[in-house]
Structures are given as C-alpha cells and as structure tokens.
Design a protein around this ligand. Sequence first.
Ligand SMILES: [Zn+2]
Length: 360
Amino acid sequence: MRHLIALLACSLVMASASARDSAPHAAKPADGKTANVKAILEGKANASVKPDIKALAAQADARPAKPEPAKAAAPAAADEEQSEVDLSVRIAERLAQLREQQATRAAAAAKAKKAADAKRRKEAEAAIAAANKPKNGTHWSYEGEYGPANWSNINSSWAKCSTGKRQSPIDLRDGMKVDLEQIAFDYRPTSFSEIDNGHTIQVTVGGGNFLTVGNQAYELQQFHFHRPSEERINGRGTEMVIHFVHRSFEGKLLVLAVLLERGKANPLIQTVWNHLPLEKQQTVSPSIVLDPNEGLPEKREYFTYMGSLTEPPCTEDVLWIVMKQPMQASPAQMALFSRLYPLNARPVQPSNGRMIKESN
Ligand SMILES: [Zn+2]
C-alpha cells in the first residue's frame, strides 16, 4: 500500500493540475489519504489538493515498512491485496480519463489558435490591399482632415505633396545676391473670366500675355489670391499675395508672386472684385477687359528658386519668381476677400538646401 500511495502522490500532482478547472467546488478532504484519493477519483481534485497529496506521500514514507505477507496469509491480507489491485485499476482508469480530457482541451486550444491566426492573417492582407488601392479623392482644403498635412493621402497622384523635396512655398532667406536678368513683361489689356473654385478666386485671362526670362517665354494663364501670403521673406509674410501662373510652349510652369500689403486701393483687384460670381463653381465672363500690368509693382527686383504648385497635385519643376517690392490693396479690398477666404495658404515647406537667387 505504501508504494501505491507514493506512486499515486507523484502521478496525481500532474493529474490534479490538469484537472484544476474541472471542479471548482472540490470538497475539502475530511481526513488524510482516503479523502484525497476519493476526491481525485471523483474528478474533484483541484490545486488545493496538491499539498495534501504531498503530506499523504510523506506520511506513507514515514510509516514503518510492513513485513512481506507470508504465502499462506490470512484471508484478511488477501482481501487487502485485492482491494489494492482494484484501487490501482481505478486510479489508472481515472488517470487515463484525465489525460484524455487534457488532450481534448489541448486540441481545442490549438484549433482556436489556428483560427485566430488565420483571421489575423486575413485582416493584415486586407489592410495591405487597402493601402495599395489607388486613392482618387478630389476634395481638399486648408484645414483639418483634408488639410495640407493629409493632401498626399487623399489622392494617389498627390504623393509629391508629402514626398517632394522641392515643394513650395518656402521662406526666402540666405539668397545669393547676384545681377539677375531683367524680366521682360509683355502684358496687355485682355478679356477674362472669373470663378470661385472653392479654394480661391481665380481669374483666367485671354491669350497673348507673355513674360520672358532666361530666354524662355511663358504665357500668362490665370492669376489667383491667397490670404495670408504663402511665401515669406526672412520669416515675414504679408496679408495677401497674387500668384500669376504662366506656361511655356513646352508646358513648363512659372509662377510669379506679388505680395500685397495694406495701403491704397488696387485697380486690378477692384475690377476682379466688381465681377465676383454669386455662386461657387460658376464662371462669369464680363464684357470688359482688365490690364494685368496693374498687378505688377514698379520695381522689378525679385527672388527666384525651383519649387512646386502650392496646392494638390503639388507638381514640382515649377520656376518661381517672387517680386521683392510688395503692392498695395485697400483695407476694404482685403476685408472683402477675407470674408470669402479667411485662410487659404499652404504652410511653408522645407527648402532642403535649395539655391535661392535674388536681385542685388
Ligand atoms: Zn497660388
């Protein structure tokens, strides 16, 4: 019996641990070994039984060894032997049962893990597919979710807005002062149309207005307004700016920026304001002409550098010319635009060591 109990104690440490969850209401053993064995056999073993099993084993070891029963033992000894055999059979059966339960649980856990792994893999694949799917949004703005920091996430073809290394606007500082060649303006009074495109007031002009620089002629396409000025000179911006957008015969872009400060009324701006469309996205074509020369300052010194469009798609390889002398617009003219567009300027972009030249 002593060996049997020691064996039982060893093997049931494992069995009781694995059966831990099967009987939260395990009965507290009333007395020593029989209660423990009974509890385990009834499947009621739990973690709390473990110390008792150890105690049981210790108890068994401490007992003096019984002399080997004689061959011709009394019927009582034979009965005890038989009950030991029965007990060991029952223990073996119970252990087999517990092992089987453990194996079933392990198989179920493995199956659940496999399913969870497959689900995770599927979700990751879907996320990658979504990220690679071309985006084709067209709505953008100057603030919030659709603002400058997110332009490149709205449309796949606007990637340059965040990856470009020659973006505009920039803070113009540390320019190389040189004798820049004079810009030849060949502007004339011209027909025009206006639109409030949801980002600015844009004026499209008729053909035949040219600017020549670097032996390259560029034709004026349109001009539009930003508030405040997008460009800065030594960290300082102005209240507004006009961008005159030109295109060469080969399709190269040149944008000429004229900064606007508060002062006297500007006739070009007044002509544009006089014909503002009543509704957004509605084009008006007045039956008069405007003179783009009225948008140019007297002095013709300038900064120049290579940059980009300052709105999506942020196309690079744009030649920028920023006039050094600002022009004036009246407070009333400024106030009128601010009612439509209180803020429509892209923040300053890193210059990334680009060369900036400026007139001496
Ligand atoms: Zn612009």
